[in-house]
Design a protein around this ligand. Structure first.
Ligand SMILES: Nc1ncnc2c1ncn2[C@@H]1O[C@H](COP(=O)(O)OP(=O)(O)OP(=O)(O)O)[C@@H](O)[C@H]1O
Length: 293
């Protein structure tokens, strides 16, 4: 992994260059510096995004950017719009207003979908076919290979690497439908990693996952942001899954992401609010003939 396709953000190296030279350019808000001081667009950017289902508003004026090497946790109560945000980010739906960009390109013009890894919520739990772990992980390459082409050496290595990173090598020959929820989750993440994605979107990755598996998942994600410079969007309503590793925590409130701190009290209060299952506050409705209502 860690290919050289795109300028990725360097961990502070670009900043050092700027400090040494005393140059302090105005950095456009949706870009980030790489080691050479060049700027790359955010891996995922929502720009003034508004969306509603059948005119019922769900998201309003959402501005959110996730850069290479950044782990952003998106939390919120049921119905607050987290999955809607994911669907817009993956180009599965179009915003009513505003723009979603992947690596600077409007999402409806993106062709290199292998740059995005998506881990859906517990998708394999009920898988009927006895497909092995290795086969599921390899299937992540289908978008790149087509069904019939054989893997080349680099691709085989990527499959091995993804299996290693997710700590599932001992399970490789086992049928996925015989694995625990946490093990299945790691297989899904490994599958998302085989294309060497620069953006990883995880939807409720810790649902039904035990404490040990959560720890391994955390360590794996930490490795990805630190060593592979992957941008991570981590959607969850379980704050304990990301506290301590997320660079930013945003809570969906009234249709907008609100930045939250890591402070324990804040997290605990947030967890309580979410646990209480309070209804998500509806976004403010502001007239406008063509706006969702
Ligand atoms: N296909 C749809 N048609 C109409 N309304 C929808 C549709 N999908 C979601 N909604 C509504 O949009 C709002 C946001 O839903 P969304 O699934 O994005 O929330 P969420 O934060 O992901 O919730 P959860 O934590 O329960 O998964 C909810 O009020 C939901 O009822």
């Amino acid at each position: 992994m860690g290919g050289s396709r795109l300028p990725r953000r360097a961990d502070g190296a670009g900043g050092d260059v700027l400090r040494r030279t005393g140059v302090h350019p105005v950095i456009p808000p949706d870009t980030t510096a790489d080691a050479a001081g060049a700027y790359a667009p955010a891996a995922l950017a929502f720009e003034q995004v508004t969306f509603g289902y059948q005119r019922i508003p769900v998201l309003r004026d959402v501005n959110l950017r996730i850069h290479a090497g950044e782990f952003v946790a998106i939390v919120g109560p049921n119905g607050s719009g987290k999955s809607t945000l994911v669907k817009l980010g993956l180009g599965l739906m179009r915003p009513t207003h505003g723009t979603v960009r992947l690596f600077g390109t409007p999402v409806d013009q993106v062709e290199e979908w292998w740059r995005v890894g998506y881990v859906p919520q517990r998708a394999m739990a009920d898988a009927a076919l006895p497909i092995s772990v290795e086969e599921v992980v390899r299937s992540g390459l289908v978008a790149r290979l087509g069904l019939l082409r054989r893997m080349n050496r680099a691709q085989r290595e990527r499959v091995e690497h993804a299996i290693d990173v997710m700590g599932i090598a001992p399970l490789r020959k086992q049928a996925v439908n015989r694995l625990s929820g946490g093990q299945q989750q790691r297989v899904l993440i490994a599958r998302a990693l085989v294309t060497d994605p620069e953006l990883l979107v995880l939807d409720e990755p810790t649902t039904g996952v035990d404490t040990d598996a959560r720890r391994i998942l955390r360590e794996s994600l930490e490795h990805l942001i630190t060593h592979e410079r992957v941008a991570i969007a981590y959607i969850s309503h379980e704050p304990e899954g990301f506290v301590g590793i997320a660079h930013r925590i945003v809570e969906m409130r009234a249709g907008r992401p609100v930045e939250r701190s890591h402070a324990d009290a804040d997290i605990v209060a947030m967890a309580h609010r979410i646990d209480e299952g309070r209804e998500a506050e509806p976004p403010p409705v502001e007239g406008g003939a063509d706006e969702p209502r």
